[in-house]
Write a protein that binds this ligand. Structure first.
Ligand code: FES
Length: 147
């Protein structure tokens, strides 16, 4: 399957059946993200076990790309620790914004997001959930440090 097919199939699938959709109660942290270009919003909820993301959900109304990206993100970071999740965020950001960034096999389905580079106006749609995850992780760190 080439990247174009992967992009189409993965985005369609995860938009139609978003994984980890809904809120998480009780959550250790959450953050709301906002795409100023379209007004769409998204909330990411986290449950942490120490430094590890034990559970993650998202809610929101957005386009197919933002929903699919959030769904893929929740699958990819669940079970990872804070540093691993942030490293993955950096790799996905490079994939979305750098024409020469080549997705390697370890990215799995996230490689499909490289297809968004063809549509520069949609990069913010795909990165919205990741920015929001970064904010939620920061908050969970703040929560932990005050305990
Ligand atoms: Fe709003 Fe994509 S058009 S998030």
């Amino acid at each position: 399957m080439d990247l174009k097919e992967l992009y189409r199939d993965v985005i369609l699938d995860h938009n139609k059946r978003p994984r980890n959709f809904g809120n998480l109660a009780p959550a250790d942290a959450h953050a709301e993200g906002h795409n100023p270009l379209c007004g769409d919003q998204l909330t990411v909820w986290l449950r942490m076990q120490g430094e590890t993301i034990a559970d993650i959900r998202f809610e929101g109304k957005g386009c197919a790309i933002s929903t699919a990206s959030a769904s893929l993100m929740t699958e990819a970071v669940k079970g990872k620790d804070r540093a691993e999740a942030l490293a993955l965020y950096a790799r996905v950001h490079a994939l979305l914004t750098q024409q020469d960034a080549v997705p390697d096999a370890s990215l799995g389905k996230l490689a499909a997001l490289s297809g968004v580079r063809e549509f520069p106006a949609r990069v913010k749609c795909a990165s919205l959930c990741w920015h929001t995850l970064g904010a939620a992780l920061e908050r969970s760190a703040a929560t932990v440090s005050t305990e």
